[in-house]
Ligand binder design. Structure first.
Ligand SMILES: [Zn+2]
Length: 322
């Protein structure tokens, strides 16, 4: 998508900002609420991203001081990276969900989460994967200005009142992924929960949800019940048929669960071998890391569903079909 600003709905402006990842760009949204603007997501801490946001705001004739509330949909760098900066420029509170605010607070206080020493080896991953995984987070932390959420929002809590907007928690992609609903208009700002072309990473991480895929699928049903007419995603184009996209995302995960189950033989398999079966070999470090945790999330979903058994000792974790 072309970077820069455009009006995508009545009083709804999208700023598309480049990010140094495969996804290439992230969408920020400004909602004119009559008493100022609601900003949804903040992009990443790079000079390029900041310049694009500033020039886009100038083109739209919006000053940082016109922004009364900043929503960070989830703690990932491409959504939270500049929140600390914009919070000061706008003199506006940053709103997040409780679980994701806690993830960030822990991250800034203790540094990046680190898996236990033999975690990857026990799951059958090559030894060097441990070093690769440890090296990734410190570089990610440079892409965020440290900040803390000023206000915690749960499902149904108001985010704006003059033009009503409420929070809708959609855990899965992160433990407290937050979307924003304009209930009177059938508009949902979905963050990474519902994306038009790709399915968001659903990973089982040590510090998060014990069954993120279960949460994600439940969150998709939650959005379906709310029945938005239009979804504005954080990556990619506007979704005009939300129900059809939700169906596709559910079907995608059901297919993947079938693949995972078939890769998990009665004799047992490691999470790493299931990951290679699903995603192939020769992925780059970030892709391999995401693929591994995505595989774990699917395995754990099947464990909770009683389809797969997990046998763990300190040296190895083996999954086998029940
Ligand atoms: Zn994300």
């Amino acid at each position: 998508m072309v970077t820069g600003a455009s009006e995508v709905g009545s009083g709804i402006f999208r700023i598309t900002v480049p990010i140094p990842f495969d996804l290439r760009d992230v969408n920020l949204y400004l909602v004119d609420t009559g008493d100022g603007f609601l900003l949804i997501d903040t992009a990443i801490r790079t000079a390029e991203a900041r310049a694009v946001v500033e020039s886009s705001l100038a083109r739209l004739g919006i000053a940082f001081r016109d922004i009364h509330t900043i929503v960070v949909t989830h703690f990932h760098t491409d959504h939270s990276g500049l929140a600390g900066r914009f919070r000061e420029l706008a003199d506006a509170p940053v709103v997040m969900s409780g679980p994701d605010a806690a993830c960030l607070a822990r991250f800034f206080a203790e540094g990046p989460p680190v898996e236990p020493a033999d975690f990857f080896a026990a799951h059958g991953a090559p030894r060097e994967f441990d070093t690769i995984a440890r090296g990734m987070f410190p570089s990610l932390s440079r892409l965020m200005v440290p900040f803390a959420a000023d206000r915690i929002v749960d499902t149904g809590d108001a985010v704006a009142t003059d033009r009503p907007a409420v929070g809708l928690l959609t855990p899965g992609h992160t433990p407290g992924h937050l979307t924003v609903l304009l209930p009177e208009e059938g508009v949902l700002f979905a963050g990474d929960h519902v994306l038009p072309r790709i399915s968001p990473n659903i990973g089982l991480y040590d510090f998060g949800d014990p069954n993120p895929l279960g949460s994600y699928l439940a969150s998709l049903e939650r959005v379906r019940r709310v029945a938005p007419r239009r979804i504005f995603p954080a990556h990619g184009a506007v979704i005009d048929e939300p129900d059809a996209r939700i169906d596709e995302l559910i079907a995608h995960h059901r297919r993947r669960l079938d693949h995972v189950a078939s890769a998990t033989t009665a004799a047992g398999a490691s999470a790493w071998s299931v990951c290679e079966h699903l995603f192939g070999e020769g992925l780059g470090p970030i892709e391999a890391w995401l693929a591994f945790f995505e595989s774990l999330a699917h395995l754990e979903y099947l464990v909770q569903a009683g389809v797969v058994r997990r046998d763990a000792d300190p040296e190895s974790v083996v999954y086998s079909l029940c």
